[in-house]
Design a binder for this molecule. Structure first.
Ligand code: PMP
Length: 429
């Protein structure tokens, strides 16, 4: 019997490339039919066959207070009846900016945009405009959205300039991007020694979530901070994923390192399109209308999306919110590790705040290269077995997972029951 998901997927592919509006949703990496979602509430969502799943992607991060939280829904409804978009400033945007500056002290001024891609792209332009330099440094495996300069992988040989990872990105653009190894402080030292005076910025996910979860070592980030200061380069932390996710103050609060610019997204929109970039006021002043770096947006600071963001940011400031979120995430990864051990499947897991990584590997990966050694086939078997049992993980072995404040003990226990079945499938039992 054909499921409603299959019917919708076939139909979607007629009018939309690959049937989806963002590639990973198509299940290409894991195979099978994507689930078309009809509604979501708390830790759950339901597909077109009315099957319920415990959701561990939370819209890829934003749904930190759980889906359709009544406070957030009410804020959106109240804002919507007052008008959907004005193209003129509002007081709510000031409140949002003030709140972000208070919660992330390295941010003295901030500008709101509509997607993480836009925020990272704008931060790069600002860094280049403020320094008058062209070169940027990024790290293999980090994702910062799909701006041309950032869709670049390492070239062959040591310290070569980047190669495009997407058709349509001119080599001429990619050659301004240096792609280095995550967690390799020595390589960063060497690069700055050779080219420091030409580097506009270093952009990094301080806790990486786009090559599964990978923690930066403190030494790596400290070296980066020191080198950027010494050479007059701008240090950009891309906290689109880690911001308000690994801690209230983001990864920078956990590591005690202040970047010059921070890129935010996901949680700050609570499920509606809000992202932001901000940092030192003496950098932000280079933005139009004050300075010569142009950046703009018809829907930037939209009243409805900002209302969702403000309501979400109010909830996550509740005392103990992050302690509880981290405790639930730890219960999940410890439970999964025990279940894997019992089934004899080589597996480990890690968590930072409300973000986690699952690795079909005997040891925790410490670099992009060791991450790529994880057993992708084992993950794919696990993914489908646990999906059948009602748990929705990111449909790729190389994405992080997200827990919400609505994932209570009963939800974690149900997840672990499903996981035991799924590990048995992986073990071939
Ligand atoms: N930076 C990071 C760290 C991200 O995880 C993402 C999206 N997953 C982006 C930037 C791009 O954000 P968006 O998808 O909103 O454009």
């Amino acid at each position: 019997m054909t499921s409603n998901n299959e019917t919708l997927f076939a139909r979607a592919q007629q009018s939309t490339p690959g049937g989806v509006n963002s590639p990973v949703r198509a299940f290409r990496s894991v195979g099978g039919t994507p689930r078309f979602i009809t509604r979501a509430e708390g830790p759950y969502f339901w597909d077109a066959d009315d099957k319920r799943y415990i959701d561990y992607i939370g819209s890829w991060g934003p749904a930190i207070v759980g889906h359709a939280h009544p406070d957030v829904v009410r804020a959106v409804q109240d804002a919507a009846v007052r008008g959907l978009s004005f193209g003129a400033p509002t007081e709510a945007e000031i409140e949002m900016a003030e709140l972000i500056c208070r919660l992330v002290p390295s941010i003295e001024q901030v500008r709101l945009v509509s997607s993480g891609t836009e925020a990272a792209m704008s931060a790069l332009r600002l860094a280049r405009g403020a320094t008058g330099r062209d070169l940027i440094v990024k790290f293999e495996g980090c994702y910062h959205g799909h701006a041309d300069a950032l869709l670049v992988k390492a070239g062959s040989g040591l310290l070569t300039f980047g190669n495009p990872t997407s058709a349509g990105v001119p080599e001429d653009f990619a050659k301004h991007t240096l792609v280095l190894d995550y967690n390799d402080a020595q390589q960063l030292e060497d690069t700055f020694r050779d080219m420091g005076e030409r580097i506009a910025c270093v952009i990094v996910e301080p806790v990486a979530g786009n090559m599964n979860l990978l923690r930066a070592t403190p030494e790596f980030l400290q070296t980066m901070r020191r080198l950027c200061t010494q050479h007059g380069a701008v240090l950009i932390f891309d906290e689109v994923m880690s911001g308000f996710r690994v801690a209230l103050g983001g990864a920078q609060s956990l590591y005690g390192i202040q970047p010059d610019l921070t890129v935010l997204g996901k949680v700050i929109g609570g499920g509606l399109p809000v992202a932001a970039f901000g940092g030192r006021a003496n950098l932000m002043k280079h933005l139009a209308p004050l300075g010569g770096v142009y950046q703009a947006g018809t829907l930037s600071g939209n009243p409805v999306t900002v209302a969702a963001g403000l309501a979400t940011l109010a909830l996550i400031q509740a005392p103990g919110f992050y302690d509880r979120l981290a405790a639930q995430t730890t219960k999940l990864v410890q439970g999964l590790s025990t279940a894997a051990q019992d089934s004899g499947v080589p597996f480990c897991a890690d968590a930072v705040g409300g973000m986690f990584g699952l690795y079909f590997a005997p040891q925790l990966p410490v670099s992009h290269a060791t991450m790529m050694e994880c057993d992708k086939e084992a993950f794919n078997r696990f993914f489908h077995a646990i999906l059948d049992a009602g748990v929705y993980l990111a449909p790729s072995a190389f994405e992080a997972g997200f827990v919400s404040a609505q994932h209570d003990d009963a939800v974690i226990a149900d997840t672990l029951t499903a996981a035991r079945k799924a590990f048995a499938v992986v073990a071939g039992k």
